[in-house]
Ligand binder design. Structure first.
Ligand SMILES: Cc1ncc(C[n+]2csc(CCOP(=O)(O)OP(=O)(O)O)c2C)c(N)n1
Length: 340
């Protein structure tokens, strides 16, 4: 299992067509890897190989892919309990993520966290959080530490629109604005907090407006369009790095599957689900690439085969991985000194 950092990607992709095609192929590959990984996770969950909670990101891949592509390798990421996509886009090794879902010692959190608590220091993936909105003040704390210590780093925080109804959202945005902290808030607005629609949860559903009322630079973005997400994130990250203070993106998206594997999903209209599936972010990028002569059936099949092989290897390694011995369970509870 080799941890690797994603290369710094602080500049916009070159306009030269070969470079654009290559870059788009990378975005497509990342989205496909997340999709196929999660489809396999659903199967493994049904086979009781993965236990505990499992919240899938299927449908939302353009957000993790586009935002992470706009970051440098040192920027920090704070995630949610729906975090596999963020971790994989960041470059947390797939085998370490799969082993974590299997509860193995070889997992990125030593098998102690599972799906909702992926953590990976080498890629500054500060991790998922099972508490709705729980990551928001953590991100603000990281950004405050960076500012006080003079580090040139942006912290990105992903959360759902449900988190925007929590008290800590308001406190954290207020402080981030007051102290002009280098933090990018990415609100993944998939319209449902478990079974509750946004209209039944928020007095005003314009969440970018809510953020701008705290003094943040805020924008709504089509979260089903990876190219739109990437350019909005790039603008925001550039704005933060040049001293523009905290930024906020409200990314309109939809989860194609239920809230979690336990949810019978009876609260959503079938037509609504079908309409959003018609805007699948992977199909959308493929369509753009084909129109520009940047994607062939052969190239797509090769990409799919490569991803399937990577997932097979990750599953095989996870099956083989050791479980944490019971006598080890008190290690790392208060300190990770022994972990290095
Ligand atoms: C503080 C808190 N309240 C309630 C829950 C139970 N809960 C888990 S997920 C969830 C819905 C959150 O929805 P949203 O933030 O929109 O994220 P999404 O699941 O749509 O990605 C709720 C209420 C929790 N984990 N934490």
């Amino acid at each position: 299992m080799t941890a690797h950092r994603r290369p710094a990607q602080t500049k916009a992709p070159q306009t030269q067509s070969g470079a654009v095609a290559k870059h788009r192929a990378e975005l497509l590959r990342t989205m496909l890897a997340i999709r196929r990984f999660e489809e396999r996770c659903a199967e493994l969950y049904s086979a009781a190989k993965i236990r505990g909670f499992l919240h899938l990101y299927v449908g939302e891949e353009a957000i993790a892919t586009g935002v992470v592509s706009a970051l440098s390798g040192d920027d920090a990421i704070v995630s949610t309990y729906r975090e596999h996509g963020h971790a994989l886009a960041r470059g947390v090794p797939m085998d370490a993520v799969m082993a974590e879902l299997f509860g193995r010692q070889t997992g990125c959190s030593r098998g102690r966290g599972g799906s909702m608590h992926l953590f990976h220091r080498p890629t500054s993936f500060v991790g998922g959080n099972a508490i709705v909105g729980g990551g928001i003040p953590l991100a603000v704390g990281l950004a405050l530490a960076d500012k006080l210590q003079g580090r040139d780093r942006v912290t990105v925080c992903f959360f759902g629109e449900g988190a925007a109804a929590e008290g800590e959202f308001h406190e954290a945005l207020n402080l981030a604005s007051l102290w002009q902290l280098p933090v990018l808030f990415c609100c993944e607005n998939n319209r449902y907090a478990m079974g509750t629609t946004i209209a039944k949860e928020h007095g005003r559903t314009d969440l970018a407006l809510r953020a701008s009322s705290y003094g943040l630079v805020a924008a709504p973005v089509d979260g089903m369009d990876v190219l739109a997400v990437e350019s909005a994130a790039r603008r925001a990250v550039d704005g933060i790095r040049s001293g523009g203070g905290p930024h906020f993106l409200e990314l309109a998206t939809y989860r194609f599957r239920a809230h979690s594997m336990y949810d019978p999903d009876r609260y959503r209209d079938k037509t609504e689900i079908a309409d959003w599936k018609g805007r699948d972010p992977i199909d959308a990028l493929e369509t753009v690439m084909r129109a520009d002569g940047q994607l062939t059936d052969q190239a797509l099949s090769a990409m799919e085969a490569e991803i399937a092989a990577e997932i097979d290897l990750a599953v095989a390694a996870a099956e083989e991985g050791p479980l944490e011995p019971v006598e080890e369970l008190t290690r790392f509870v208060c300190s990770d000194q022994e972990a290095s």
